[in-house]
Write a protein that binds this ligand. Structure first.
Ligand SMILES: C[S@@+](CC[C@H](N)C(=O)[O-])C[C@H]1O[C@@H](n2cnc3c(N)ncnc32)[C@H](O)[C@@H]1O
Length: 389
């Protein structure tokens, strides 16, 4: 595909997304209809779409329209691409800009346009981040592509050994100060999944802030540790890499756990999967709740989510978070710990949930609480540890 044809494909996919189709489904649908597109074309089109979604409102201003075409005009203009050279109408390239389109763009003025956030969330976003300066900084980072980060499995390799092995397969990765075993991939992230370091369990894909959070949880030797919302198992695998304990994973949706056995095998650890009916009360030394959340600290990885989230969704999420805390707390043995984590920056999903929980359950107190900020080397993440008084 020519560069122009890739832009035209992105325009069509963005129109599909604006029409209500979730981004992943819109991209997959286009790829199925476009058998001529090779893997490099698919990656380039996906990159266009994801970057456009990160900056949907600001690009719509710059391009003068909130359509797929307007957004891509804004995106390419912001990237200083020669628009006349791209919008040629030749082959599958988009048609040339009309006179109206050439003059339609303007600089984003409103806060929501500048920050690329839905209007309804801006007050909460600013207050959660302690003021406009930090909110603008974070919003700006969410407009950019996220770093690709790896966690080196300390059971199998040092950070330096893992970086060396990755380099043999064409992946360049450098140590990150965000977490002890973190690497940031600086070149050819697409080769990670087929690299020997990945296939042999020396590295896992994991954001730096998640890694840093899993470094601070207290694990006593031989403890019984339950990852209550385990999903793909990223958190329990990070914990299992640093301590010897008995590891258990649970998820309300068991299909979410499907990759965990293979990931645990690669990592060289045992993680037992437990169903909801097989969870005895007061049985675990530590129960980690990495709860479902808005993902607002990770919106640069999943930018579609920031436009889909509504205030009603946020309310439903906080109700689920409360239910999880209540249920998970009953699984902790006397003297044990409960951990609560989100990848959200919002107070409603973090501090306010803990305030509500400890108000209803005064025997629990928060012993540790930390926010990891959105940065060049990590997503927004929140972790609290609670003990029974
Ligand atoms: C943030 S994701 C977990 C990510 C995972 N810990 C990781 O590191 O890969 C939240 C998970 O919670 C699960 N979940 C949702 N509601 C739940 C509930 N009531 N009880 C337990 N798990 C739930 C979801 O299916 C989802 O897999």
């Amino acid at each position: 595909m020519t560069p122009g044809a890739r832009v035209q494909a992105a325009i069509e996919i963005l129109d599909d997304i604006q029409g209500g189709t979730p981004a992943e489904r819109a991209i997959t649908g286009w790829a199925r209809r476009s058998r001529f597109a090779g893997s490099k074309d698919r990656a380039a089109v996906r990159d266009h779409v994801f970057q456009a979604l990160r900056c949907l409102r600001s690009y719509a201003c710059l391009g003068g329209a909130a359509t797929g075409r307007g957004v891509m005009i804004g995106a390419l203009g912001a990237a200083k691409v020669d628009l006349a050279g791209m919008f040629t109408g030749l082959g599958y390239a988009p048609s040339p800009l009309t006179a109206t389109e050439q003059d339609a763009g303007f600089d984003p003025r409103d806060a929501g346009d500048r920050m690329d956030l839905p209007d309804w969330i801006i007050p909460d976003f600013i207050s959660a981040l302690g003021g406009e300066a930090e909110a603008n900084r974070v919003a700006h980072l969410l407009q950019q592509r996220a770093p690709v980060m790896l966690r080196v499995n300390a059971r199998k390799a040092s950070v330096a050994q893992a970086a060396e092995l990755l380099a043999e397969n064409g992946v360049t990765a450098v140590p990150s100060s965000t977490a002890m075993h973190a690497l940031t991939v600086t070149d050819d992230a697409r080769r990670v999944a087929s690299s020997a370091a990945y296939l042999d369990g020396l590295v896992e894909l994991q954001d730096g802030s998640s890694q840093a959070a899993m470094e601070v949880l207290e694990i006593t030797p031989d403890a019984r540790v339950l990852d209550y919302c385990a999903g793909g198992g990223g958190k329990v695998l990070a914990l299992a890499a640093r301590a010897d304990a008995q590891w258990y994973a649970h998820d309300a949706l068991p299909q979410r756990l499907k990759d965990l056995p293979e990931r645990a095998r690669r990592a060289g650890v045992n993680v037992a999967i437990v169903g909801s009916d097989d969870l005895p009360d007061h049985d675990f030394d530590l129960v980690l709740c990495d709860v479902p959340c808005s993902g607002s600290g990770t919106w640069r990885r999943n930018p579609d989510a920031k436009w889909r989230l509504t205030s009603a969704d946020l309310e439903k999420l906080t109700a689920v978070q409360d239910q999880i805390l209540e249920r998970a707390s009953a699984l902790v043995r006397p003297g044990g710990c409960l951990a609560y984590a989100t990848c959200s920056v919002l107070r409603q999903e973090n501090e306010e949930r803990l305030e509500g929980f400890t108000a209803h359950n005064p025997m629990w107190r928060v012993t540790f609480q930390k926010r990891w900020p959105v940065s060049e080397a990590g997503d927004g993440f929140f972790l609290a540890q609670l003990k029974m008084a």
